[in-house]
Design a protein around this ligand. Structure first.
Ligand SMILES: [Zn+2]
Length: 415
């Protein structure tokens, strides 16, 4: 019998090995934002995912999450910007022997897009150790640890959420409730645009042609002066906005770049006196009008030359620009495409400090090949950035739409 078991284990090991060869299980809790039903003013909810290993449940060295004097049901919540596929959670309870003790019971809940649902499992309760729960993998953006108090208030020192990130890295793995609406979006785009996958000047093409970066030229279609400080703030805001899209791709499905730097290489204006800097960090183009707006030299623009050689660009290929950021005085709304983005100059200047410059973000989405949703809405979706006016930041649905475009284009780049 012993021998038989050994043989069986060998065979099973052999059979299982290929499927698990590139499994990558990591604690994704530190990448989440923590919040809670209540936190005592002297404690910190950030303790639950700070990655600090507790020494014991009565840890007096490190920060802790505690709810004294609140009792009853209390919870700590981890929220991720994109869905995680989690199959095991470990929690370390806070218990100081006084006002904060082990819970009477606890459970995990995941967010299914509209409600929290229980994760059925066996929930151990022990002090001075991690309490480990395993369950069939759940894909979610939010994980809630719900504690029922017993003899005192409750608290946690640490939560670990173990996720298999293999799928995120190498395969198509949207949350189950997004599969159908994403399919609708893709079919809609394919029927509206027969050359969808043949077109060669998406932001994808530009980034890959440059080996992982993108160059811009600013079309300053305004009579307002621009200081060096404002110039640099506009570049920073553009880079920050662009990064919000490329961060969605980092580590996903063969996308090769962890970071995609954005550089403004030139500025075009009606009059040189509007551009009030003396350094030569950018090329300056004056008096070249197109569509009645200043534009940067055509021989340097990718829209006019996709060979990558830019033989007639004065500064050579390194001074080329892939897209224009066209800033128009008095404009509301925006436009976007392979050529770049166009928004109001006042709008951008007034929103340079905003976390989400949402019109610019939306227009950058178009440059990656995402459509508008003026006359229809994918099933089960209400609000997302590419449906203008319904959201002001990149939602999970926007993120998966972007990834779906990549899924259908990537083979042409050899990925
Ligand atoms: Zn649009």
């Amino acid at each position: 019998m012993r021998r038989l078991l050994a043989v069986f284990a060998l065979v099973a090991g052999f059979l299982l090995a290929p499927a698990h060869a590139d499994a990558a299980v990591v604690d994704v809790a530190p990448s989440a934002t923590a919040s809670a039903s209540y936190t005592s003013p002297w404690e910190s909810v950030a303790a639950v995912n700070d990655g600090i290993e507790p020494a014991r449940s009565d840890d007096r060295q490190n920060r802790r999450w505690g709810t004294w004097p609140e009792a009853g049901e209390q919870w700590a919540l981890l929220t991720w910007p994109s869905a995680q596929t989690i199959s095991s959670v470990q929690v370390y309870f806070f218990d100081d022997g006084g006002g904060v003790r082990l819970p009477a019971s606890w459970k995990l809940e995941s967010w299914n897009g509209s409600a929290y649902v229980d994760i059925p499992a066996t929930y151990p309760i022990a002090a001075d150790t991690y309490n480990t729960v395993t369950f069939p993998a759940v894909t979610t953006t939010r994980l809630r640890v719900v504690l029922q108090s017993g003899q005192a208030s409750v608290g946690l020192l640490e939560i670990k959420a173990l996720a298999d990130i293999t799928g995120q890295q190498s395969t198509w793995s949207p949350p189950a409730d997004l599969v159908a609406p994403l399919d609708e979006v893709r079919r809609h785009a394919e029927s509206a645009n027969p050359d969808l996958y043949g077109y060669r000047n998406y932001a994808w093409d530009q980034i890959i042609a440059n080996g992982g970066s993108v160059n811009y030229c600013v079309r300053w279609d305004s009579g307002a002066p621009v200081t060096a400080e404002l110039r640099d703030k506009i570049e920073a805001a553009l880079a920050r906005s662009f990064k919000k899209w490329t961060d969605v791709m980092a580590g996903h499905n063969g996308w090769p770049y962890a970071d995609v730097p954005v550089k403004v290489v030139g500025w075009a204006a009606r009059d040189h006196s509007l551009l009030q800097w003396s350094d030569d960090s950018v090329d300056v183009y004056v008096g070249d009008l197109s569509e009645n707006a200043p534009q940067c030299a055509e021989p340097c623009g990718r829209l006019f030359d996709q060979s990558g050689a830019y033989p007639n660009c004065p500064g050579g290929p390194s001074h080329h620009y892939d897209m224009s950021l066209w800033l128009t005085e008095g404009m509301s709304g925006g436009m976007g495409g392979a050529w770049g983005q166009r928004v109001g100059s006042e709008y951008l200047v007034d929103n340079l400090g905003s976390d989400d410059i949402h019109i610019l973000l939306h227009e950058i989405g178009h440059s990656f090949g995402l459509d508008d949703f003026y006359d229809w809405t994918p099933a089960g979706q209400c609000c997302f950035l590419m449906k203008a006016g319904s959201a002001t930041s990149i939602t999970e649905f926007d993120a998966w739409m972007l990834r779906d475009v990549w899924r259908h284009l990537k083979s042409r780049y050899g990925y």
